[in-house]
Design a protein around this ligand. Structure first.
Ligand code: PEP
Ligand code: MG
Length: 886
């Protein structure tokens, strides 16, 4: 027969810590603490299976549950020497929820259960404290009527307020036994009036009412929403813990508190916690009284006395328990305790939540202390948590006034004055001002302003919008797609929530990790990448199989990425170089040239600059592999859009405004993402790619010849759909490479490969691999083209899809493994079938997303490539992929 109830008490327990699925986290750990000899008030846990049955069978309990509950209650009574419902020596219990995963505050709790007009007399006699007894009683009536009977809390609060007014006092503690007694009666009358129902006097009825309410709370709206947000399945169910009450509010030799076995914000190996003398647990959380530090280490000037001073014996016992728990659980614990008349009781333990910084310190320290091994330490730190560490972040202690919220597009924090054009951003930054660039959305033309700004704020665009991708690449904080904003370029201002207007020159702060836009300047704290962080990352590198490269377009980005541990460049987007102030004119000249001769003339001006860029990057990467992608975006992206820029260009190019506008119109496309871009440009204007290949090879040859570098350039051709496209472009590139090498008199190895960004490329990867020496999955475009979903416009409706569960996640953030992932997997297999040694990598934004990195490991890619600031995240995720058996 199934067992529905698990007992714990007096050193013995039916359950264990590893029975969380059945007993919930709280129940399993109460059992475990009992078994290892810690002082836990006795009680029992009704299993999560009962919850599941309850919902399956129309809110009916399985047969036999009643008897099991009764038998276990009897055991508790025997241990406590008290009887449930007894007039002389009554047992009171708490009834609490406890799911497999912690769901703080989501479900219901009832304390002091078993009180009625008869048993309260017993409590008075036992405690010798009438005020305490009636205070406990009224708390019970308040909680029970709220949780079990569905009474509006406010109605009873109101009566309490009235009472205080009547007595001319402000604090609950100023009310007397008679006041509480009177209130209990008033509460009950009010409940009868509102609900047309008596408050139950029968303790058994109370008990089953509370058990039913806790099971019922599994399906309350709060809990449902929380589960959805945290991916907790509804069929897990909650357990119910019925435990003998202990009281922290019976006098000054009583207390209650919460503590962490190490500091949860820094990870320092100190006992850290708060307590209140003469209080019940809810008082600590409610914030009515200021909690006191538990020990002298933590006590600051002006703090109230520490528990170590006030209750030294209990403190020493608790400090001992701290050691026992850490040794036993081998992790930092978050505990709750109560002291009743000088006797310490443990009410809860669980693995404590912690900041990223603390997670790393604790993991590394515990290896040094011999508690865990390196592998366990690696798994203790979540890859996504690292984001917090890699950028400056807002000082958590600083106050902030949030005026809008957008997408957390690129993490970190930044403060500066609002500016509305890239030129202005550059100008002010040059004068030493910190600025935030605010745009409706950004375009490649804004790059210089984005570089100059501390942070970027856009009103439109999603997680892979231009602003988001470029900002992440730069490691710059960005809040994108902030629908709260109405940006008005004409008046150089924006309107945020509640009509707050920010004008040019006003100070704002962005939190790119939360998407918050804040008025004024909020202080920040810098990232720390040495010490424990470095130690953990060393371990990570020992275990991972995937290589991690970076997406970088400048020597500076390359340097940052190498410091973060990048093992090469997986994507150098050459178009970003075209926007540099000293060359955009030549680029425009090239685009607007009437014939081949004109284009070649302009390209000849760009060649030495491109070569210089590549030399810089090769040098910075010190022989690590570098993949350079030939020009990808449609040409009109390089043309000016604003009248003043068009005007300036006509002068330089010596053409009329009319001619220029005509050309711009001619280049206009309805669907530029699917238009004249990528290899299609290289095929129709081969001279562009020829120039780029020449620049790459000359840069490499010079470094090899003059500086003894060893470089294997990887030339990458974007947006290939058919093998014929690649065949032709490869032949062109090979010809240029051979020519350059001959002219330098050096011979070096080079690779020519392609991006897989279109479904047709993935489907015909076997054919494409006959030409391609490597594949790099461009999963930004591959997601866009597989879903038929515009990267730049999806922000308008994609959040709706995610909110309503039409999609589990934004597919531009986390790779859609079932669809896009299937294409990736297929392309890997097809590619290897015709070229077994083919190098495989990914360079879409997914290369820095932990879940996607794990997928990349599984399909057997050689490397992932991501923004410099995500490199450590990808390294850690790659190690998790190996160690977690994913
Ligand atoms: C991609 O499409 O995934 C990619 C890396 O290229 P881009 O984002 O430059 O289009
Ligand atoms: Mg692409």
């Amino acid at each position: 027969m199934a067992k529905f109830v698990y007992f714990f008490g007096n050193g013995e327990a039916d359950g264990r810590a590893d029975m969380k699925n059945l007993l919930g986290g709280k129940g399993a750990n109460l059992a475990e603490m009992t078994s290892i000899g810690l002082p836990v008030p006795p009680g029992f846990t009704i299993t999560t299976e009962v919850c599941t049955e309850f919902y399956k069978n129309n809110s009916a309990y399985p047969a036999g549950l009643n008897d099991e509950v009764a038998a276990n209650l009897k055991r508790v009574e025997q241990l406590m020497g008290r009887t449930f419902g007894d007039a002389v020596n009554p047992l009171l219990v708490s009834v609490r929820s406890g799911a497999r995963a912690s769901m703080p505050g989501m479900m219901d709790t009832v304390l002091n259960l078993g009180l009625n007009d008869t048993t309260v007399q017993g409590i008075i006699a036992q405690s010798g404290d009438e005020r305490f007894a009636y205070d406990a009683y009224r708390r019970f009536v308040q909680m029970y009527s709220d949780v079990v009977m569905g009474m509006d809390k406010e109605a009873l609060e109101h009566l309490l307020e009235q009472k205080k007014e009547e007595k001319g006092v402000h604090l609950d503690t100023d009310l007397t036994a008679a006041d509480w007694k009177d209130l209990v009666a008033k509460f009950k009358a009010r409940i009868r009036e509102v609900l047309g129902q008596e408050f139950p006097e029968d303790p058994q009825e109370q008990l089953w009412g509370a058990i039913g309410a806790v099971f019922g709370s599994w399906m309350n709206q709060r809990a449902i929403t929380y589960r959805k947000l945290n991916n907790i399945p509804a069929d897990w169910g909650t357990a119910v813990n019925v435990q003998s009450m202990v009281f922290g509010n019976m006098g000054d030799d009583c207390a209650t508190g919460v503590a962490f076995t190490r500091d949860p914000s820094t990870g320092d190996n100190y006992f850290y916690g708060e307590y209140l003398v003469n209080a019940q647990g809810e008082d600590v959380v409610a914030g009515i009284r200021t909690p006191q530090p538990i020990n002298l280490h933590q006590k600051k000037e002006g703090d109230l006395p520490a528990m170590e001073e006030v209750l030294p014996e209990c403190y020493q016992q608790l400090a001992g328990i701290r050691q026992i728990l850490e040794k036993h659980y081998k992790d930092m614990q978050d505990i709750e305790f109560t002291i009743e008349k000088g006797k310490l009781y443990m009410l809860q333990t669980r693995n404590g939540k912690r900041t990223a910084c603390a997670a790393i310190k604790i993991a590394v320290d515990m290896v040094k202390e011999g508690l865990i091994d390196e592998k366990a330490a690696i798994l203790r730190v979540q890859p996504s948590q690292l984001d917090q560490l890699l950028h400056p972040s807002l000082d958590p202690k600083a106050p902030k006034k949030i005026i809008a919220k957008g997408l957390p597009a690129s993490p970190g924090a930044a403060a500066g004055t609002a500016v509305f054009t890239a030129d202005e951003a550059e100008l002010l930054a040059r004068n030493g001002q910190k600025v935030i660039l605010v745009r409706i959305e950004t375009s490649p033309e804004d790059i210089h302003g984005m570089h100059a700004a501390q942070g970027i704020l856009t009103a439109r665009g999603g997680m892979t919008s231009h602003a988001a991708v470029v900002a992440r690449g730069m490691g710059k904080c960005c809040v994108a797609g902030c629908g709260d904003l109405k940006v008005d370029y004409a008046s150089q201002s924006f309107t945020a929530r509640h009509g707050v207007v920010i004008k040019k020159g006003d100070l704002i702060t962005l939190d790119g990790s939360t998407g918050e836009v804040i008025m004024g300047e909020v202080a920040t704290v810098p990232p720390q990448l040495t010490g424990d962080f470095a130690t953990l990352m060393e371990w990570v590198d020992k275990y991972r199989k995937l290589k991690v490269r970076t997406n970088a377009d400048t020597p500076n980005d390359s340097k940052v990425a190498r410091e973060f541990g990048a093992e090469g460049i997986g994507l150098c987007r050459t178009e970003h170089m075209f926007f540099e102030a000293d060359r955009i004119m030549a680029v425009r000249e090239m685009i607007l040239a009437e014939d081949l001769e004109g284009r070649e003339k302009a390209l000849a001006k760009i060649l030495p600059m491109q070569k210089g860029d590549f030399i810089g990057i090769f040098r910075e990467m010190k022989g690590l592999p570098v993949t350079i992608r030939l020009l990808d975006p449609p040409l009109h992206e390089f043309l000016p859009t604003e009248d003043k820029d068009i005007e300036a260009l006509t002068k330089t190019l010596n053409v009329t405004t009319q001619q220029l506008k005509h050309k711009v119109e001619f280049l206009h496309e309805f669907n530029p993402m699917l238009g004249h871009r990528g290899c299609r440009l290289g095929l129709t204007y081969p001279e562009i790619y020829d120039m780029q290949v020449q620049a790459i090879m000359e840069a490499a040859c010079e470094l090899v010849k003059n500086e003894g570098f060893s470089i294997v350039p990887e030339i990458m051709i974007p947006l290939i759909a058919t093998v014929s496209e690649l065949k032709e472009l490869k032949a062109n590139a090979v010809a240029v490479c051979e020519e350059v090498m001959a002219s330098y008199g050096v011979k070096l190895e080079y690779l020519i490969g392609t991006m897989i960004e279109l479904p047709r490329a993935a489907l015909t990867a076997d054919e494409i691999a006959t030409e391609a020496e490597f594949f790099s999955f461009g999963t930004n475009d591959l997601t866009q083209t597989t879903f038929g979903l515009s990267r730049d416009d999806a922000g308008k409706f994609l959040p709706f899809y995610v909110e309503t569960n039409l999609l589990p996640e934004d597919p531009f953030v986390t790779l859609d493994q079932n669809g896009v992932g299937k294409l990736v997997k297929m392309a890997c297999e097809l590619g290897r079938s015709t070229r077994p040694e083919i190098k495989l990598g990914i360079c879409g934004e997914h290369g820095g997303d932990p879940a996607s990195v794990i997928f990349c490991h599984k399909v057997g890619l050689d490397y992932v490539s991501c923004s410099p600031f995500r490199v450590p995240i990808a390294r850690l995720a790659a190690a998790h992929a190996v160690l977690a058996g994913n």
